[in-house]
Design a protein around this ligand. Sequence first.
Ligand SMILES: NC(=O)c1ccc[n+]([C@@H]2O[C@H](COP(=O)([O-])OP(=O)(O)OC[C@H]3O[C@@H](n4cnc5c(N)ncnc54)[C@H](OP(=O)(O)O)[C@@H]3O)[C@@H](O)[C@H]2O)c1
Length: 327
Amino acid sequence: MTTIKAIRIEKTGGPEAMTLRDVELGQPKPGEITVRAKAIGVNFIDTYHRSGLYPVPLPSGIGMEAAGVVEAVGEGVTQFKVGDRAAYASGPIGAYAQANNVVASSAVKVPDGIGDEQAAAMMLKGLTAQFLLRQTFRVEKGQTILWHAAAGGVGLIACQWAKHLGATVIGTVGSEEKAKLAREHGCDHVIDYSKEDVAARVKEITGGKKLPVVYDGVGKSTFISSLDSLAPLGLLVSFGNASGPVTDVNLGILAQKGSLYVTRPTMFHYAAKTPTAMQEMADDLFSVVKSGAVKIEVKQRYSLAEAARAHIDLESRKTVGASVLVP
Ligand SMILES: NC(=O)c1ccc[n+]([C@@H]2O[C@H](COP(=O)([O-])OP(=O)(O)OC[C@H]3O[C@@H](n4cnc5c(N)ncnc54)[C@H](OP(=O)(O)O)[C@@H]3O)[C@@H](O)[C@H]2O)c1
């Protein structure tokens, strides 16, 4: 047992539900490694766990993603040794801590040339961009796509990647400052969805053709405009709920708006598709980052004790790109 500092929640609620505590971390179980965190990724999913939108057994830790050094190795683990640099993005929940025990098969080695903060800023968000752009719908050269919240954590990575794949990228943002950032990160066209009619602008940009795919992590507030931006038989990839979840949908709306498809995917299922899926997705991500096609920047940094402030900033749309906690 080692005593570490970790963020805990006793019950779900606002950012104040998170408190920094001393907790005991046991030895890694068979198949697990202990990762001593150098940097911890902050993701919107952490706010859903904290608020109760995605229920977790309580009391609980918070956080799915961190990068650091392997401090202990459980029985049967062959792919890691003590001292290796490692990162993980699919939990177990509790990454907002000085160390966490994680299943070795869901962690990856961090290659040289990628720093700890960079790794913590890119794993969950970058693997999400990977499965959305390369698996859920394979974006090809010459296509035009729409990415909501283009200046967000997933957004800045995905827009650069989509541009690198040869797509024309339309991004939505909530402010002029975010519009500039989105343009600098691969967006050919930027729509301020706080002021403009998204579907009308998409129609204008595409000369009336509209889109084969819309990537929507905003949810409730963009659902209808996303459907209205799709060409017949187009695909809405609804991958998050930053503005609230989409509920009570009459499926008939998909017929009315052009025999549309909708999927509601999560990274965790794609990463578990095969025993090597996580590593393959990470290799794809590392290759676009190492080539310089996708740049990973930490835009906000907080101490572990400031986790609540990180959530307040993320939920109030103050952040751009990726945020990390430094333990
Ligand atoms: N399915 C998966 O496997 C998966 C994996 C990772 C992330 N996600 C989802 O991807 C989305 C982006 O995650 P992220 O961590 O990178 O967050 P983020 O994009 O950095 O932050 C969310 C952004 O959404 C926009 N937004 C629009 N309406 C909002 C509202 N009412 N409240 C708060 N934000 C609002 C804001 O940008 P503007 O100010 O420009 O509007 C905000 O910055 C989230 O929905 C997340 O759950 C899904």
